[in-house]
Design a protein around this ligand. Structure first.
Ligand SMILES: [Zn+2]
Length: 133
């Protein structure tokens, strides 16, 4: 086969860049973003409206029990291993949600009345949580 390489190949005949195909990859994992987010402080409920019309209501207790932060997960794991283990991060009184912050377009951070604020609930996780709670 004769070599096709030409010394004077015009610019428009150069092979297309690979970057566009690679750059598109992440879009197949589009984030699930609620259409509306409400934090009802008096009722202590977080209410998310999903793009498909589903409405999810989370109580403070549900969110705190399922806090995804490292220290709460460790506590839950230790409790599962030893039922007598006392959860370090859960005070006697039910903690209240005192605020929330949006983390980009993928998650919401809950700020608790006891100062705990490392729990970042990503929307996929919340969606899963609603299905099991
Ligand atoms: Zn936590």
């Amino acid at each position: 086969m004769k070599s096709a390489r030409s010394e004077s190949m015009p610019a428009e005949q150069q092979p297309p860049s690979e970057s566009s195909a690679i750059g598109r990859h992440w879009q197949t994992q589009a984030p699930v973003v609620p259409a509306d987010i409400k934090l009802k402080r008096e009722q202590q409920e977080l209410i998310l409206s999903w793009p498909d019309g589903q409405l999810s209501t989370y109580t403070a207790a549900t969110l705190r029990r399922n806090c995804p932060c490292a220290s709460c997960r460790t506590d839950r794991q230790q409790q599962a291993d030893n039922p007598l283990h006392i959860l370090a991060n859960v005070p006697d009184q039910e903690p209240q949600m005192s605020g929330a912050e949006l983390m980009g377009n993928y998650a919401i951070k809950i700020i608790w009345s006891d100062g705990h604020d490392t729990g970042i609930f990503d929307y996929r996780y919340l969606r899963t949580l609603d299905a099991i709670s």
